[in-house]
Design a protein around this ligand. Structure first.
Ligand code: SF4
Length: 721
């Protein structure tokens, strides 16, 4: 007989997909037997990111959350490679993981262990992982899939403004008169923000959109001016635009003189970037470049929105800086509707950076290499002086290289699927095969990474766990559990803390204060908050209770503040030592991998409208396949005709690193000479691991973010049999 609900309730939480960070109401029911289930999800009308709106992914959250198909419900261990994993209880799983990790640290030193975690984790989860790696084990080898997504934006902000984090807020979408999208298909990747932008444009016909993208995406299709530049030529474009602004006197010289340094050196470089030469590099008409510069330079409020098209590049830092230069040179920063606004890909890429959960940073935006910063964290964590390692850890690509080389013996992977998402995944597979010990902590058992796990730890997931996330506008929102986690799944912070306590009992000096006393997300947040006081992201005035009472808040939010700060640098004082923003010299450099006679096509990657990352969650919702039911390789019809290829034929896509097979789609949304494939399809759907079989691992020297957006490939008809 159907169970009748005896209790219905709604729980306020935050969507777990993209960095827009939409508020949701999770509706749930509990029946007479005490079984709980999520019955629906709707947009939270009170949340300032979305005011009740949701996109297709957010609207179907209940469908993905209800499905227990493929969930990890019990810890599993195997004694040695080649054996299947067997279910065990939590006690044995935690003891074994702690013993294996501490044994490796004792034999090989702390840097023989590494953690690869996720921008999907909550801030509290991230915090405990970071404390375990850096504070207890003494290694900075903790990196995250945010490295694949945001690190060039972080480096750009730090170099230009002196601190991470956007100076802008979502209200700027409504105030902007010129919106420049650079490498951002916001219509797909940040749909609710895109709706806000569409509304603003509909209200004010004077608003103009410029979209810079080699593809005619759905965002570009709405543009007043689309610049389909050749892949990777963004720096030449921005330099050419700034050259024109200088030539036409469209600078804010007062702002440059009062609030910046380095403009003279940049101006010297820009002499050669005439609009004609820059446009030639970009493969666009010079008039279009000039029009973009004019619209930007003469606008009362110019806002740029940028994302993976700039970040996922071997020159991502320069791309970010060259775009920020346009804002600094025209004084378009720190006021309503103006500023460089990096849109965060993942729901908590920002929160992960706040707690220092990356190989290149410490808690609260401190630097690993700064003696004073390490001493501050040691004092706040009650560590003996000198405990924290001054050596930066291994960033994502290097981390798996080090595992493959045998330098890192054990790797703990949480809430992410590197055998799908890393560039050149053949190398990642090899690394995990060679590793001495692999721990995978995940809610889902069917990812491409799980088969490599020696220990599989069942994690609670969205709708089942409690904590906070920070969205693209620096707004911290609560995430709340609506139902209990299934089986023996546990919150990520709990799993890490339990292992950490066991390692602590083995490794810590006698009499040392316990490092992992916090026993709930609110208490972990309080520890995190204490580390931020006096820093640029000071949240001394926030805790879970205040977020519960007053709703989501932006940082900084110091103890004496009545509210968070919507915009930063409005007073023209930046976070550098002298308070001035910095121009940098940004010469254009081409993509890392050039095309050749063997690999003549440029492969671009990107997102589909209704899927998220490796589809662990969205792949459970049939409705989300309606928009793009199948994987495919998009090619310009002229290129296909020249090769005698027809739509629907199976194509082998080959690079220097590997190959995969996809059906051919013909579309003039891609430039001739380029092909496009979505990033989402993984080994669950393909006979290969997805498009990263062929992508290439070159990284930006400063941000260490790989060039996932571009690789040289050839395409040929697949032959079978
Ligand atoms: Fe979720 Fe992003 Fe869609 Fe909002 S826009 S509902 S945060 S996926």
């Amino acid at each position: 007989a159907p169970r009748l609900p005896i209790e219905r309730r709604s729980t306020r939480s935050t969507c777990c997909y993209c960095g827009v960070g939409c508020g949701v109401l999770i509706h749930g029911a509990r029946d007479a037997q005490g079984h709980e289930r999520i019955t629906g999800v709707e947009g939270d009308p009170q949340h300032p990111a979305n005011f009740g709106r949701l996109c297709s992914k957010g609207r179907t959250l209940a469908d993905s959350a209800r499905s227990l198909h493929g969930r990890v419900l019990q810890p599993e261990l195997r004694r040695q490679r080649g054996e299947p994993r067997r279910p065990v209880d939590w006690g044995l799983a935690l003891d074994t993981v702690a013993e294996r990790l501490s044994g490796i640290v004792e034999r090989h030193g702390p840097d023989a262990v590494a953690f690869y975690i996720s921008g999907q984790l909550l801030t509290e989860d991230y915090y405990v992982f970071n404390k375990l790696a850096k504070g207890l084990l003494g290694t900075n080898n903790i990196d995250t899939n945010s490295r694949l997504c945001m690190s060039s934006a972080v480096t750009g902000y730090k170099l230009a403004f002196g601190a991470d984090g956007p100076p802008t807020c979502y209200e700027d979408l409504e105030h902007a008169k010129t919106v420049l999208f650079a490498g951002s298909n916001a219509a797909y990747a940040h749909p609710v923000l895109f709706r806000r932008l569409e509304d603003a444009k509909a209200r004010d016909p004077g608003v103009r959109w410029i979209v810079i993208d080699p593809r005619r995406t759905d965002t570009a299709a709405m543009a007043d001016l689309h610049l389909p530049i050749q892949p990777g030529t963004d720096v030449a474009l921005f330099n050419g635009m700034l050259h024109h602004l200088i030539w036409e006197g469209l600078l804010d010289q007062r702002f440059i003189d009062a609030h910046t340094t380095g403009f003279a050196e940049l101006k010297q470089l820009l002499r050669e970037y005439t609009p004609r030469m820059s446009a030639e590099i970009c493969g666009i008409p010079a008039n279009d470049l000039v029009t973009a510069a004019e619209w930007f330079g003469r606008s009362p409020a110019a806002l740029s929105l940028y994302c993976m098209g700039l970040n996922q590049s071997a020159h991502g830092t320069d791309k970010n800086l060259a775009l920020i230069h346009l804002h600094l040179a025209t004084g378009q920063v720190g006021r309503p509707g103006a500023g460089p606004f990096s849109l965060t890909g993942q729901p908590n890429a920002m929160g992960g950076r706040e707690v220092g959960g990356m190989a290149t940073m410490l808690a609260a935006h401190r630097e690993i290499t700064d003696d004073a910063h390490r001493a501050e964290v040691e004092a706040l964590w009650t560590l003996a002086p000198g405990t924290l390692s001054p050596k930066p850890g291994l960033a994502a690509v290097e981390l798996f290289d080090a595992v493959r080389a045998g330098k890192v013996k054990a790797v703990w992977i949480a809430c992410t699927n590197p055998v799908h998402s890393m560039p050149d995944i053949g190398q990642v597979r090899e690394a995990l095969q060679r590793a001495e010990y692999v721990i995978v902590q995940d809610a889902f058992a069917d990812t491409d990474t799980v088969p490599y796990a020696d220990a599989l730890l069942p994690a609670a997931t969205w709708g089942e766990k409690d904590g906070t996330v920070t969205n693209s506008e620096r707004r911290i929102s609560r995430v709340r559990a609506a139902v209990a986690a299934p089986g023996q799944a546990k919150p990520d912070w709990w799993i890490v803390r339990e292992v950490a306590r066991r390692i602590e009992a083995r490794l810590a000096a006698p009499g040392a204060a316990p490092l992992f006393a916090a026993d709930a997300p609110a208490a972990i947040f309080d520890e995190h908050r204490a580390l931020t006081v006096g820093r640029d992201l000071d949240i001394g005035g926030l805790d879970h209770a205040r977020l519960d009472d007053d709703g989501p808040q932006q940082w900084p939010f110091p103890a004496d503040a009545a509210q968070g700060q919507a915009r930063r640098y409005g007073d023209g004082v930046f976070a550098t030592a002298d308070g001035r923003a910095r121009f940098h010299v940004t010469p254009y450099r081409p993509v890392a991998e050039q095309t050749s006679a063997r690999f003549p096509l440029r492969l671009l990657t990107g997102r589909l409208r209704d899927q998220w990352h490796g589809m662990s969650r969205t792949g459970r919702v049939p409705a989300l396949f309606a928009h793009s039911p199948e994987p495919g390789l998009r090619m310009h019809p002229d290129d296909a005709a020249r090769r005698g290829l027809k739509a629907g034929e199976l194509m082998r896509i080959v690079s220097k690193r590997g190959e995969l097979v996809l059906p051919l789609e013909l579309s003039d949304e891609v430039l001739s000479g380029t092909v496009f494939a979505a990033m989402h399809w993984s080994g669950q759907y393909l006979s290969s691991g997805g498009i990263n079989e062929v992508s290439q691992p070159a990284v930006d020297a400063r941000s260490r973010q790989p060039e996932l957006k571009h690789a040289a490939v050839r395409v040929e008809k697949a032959a079978f049999g």
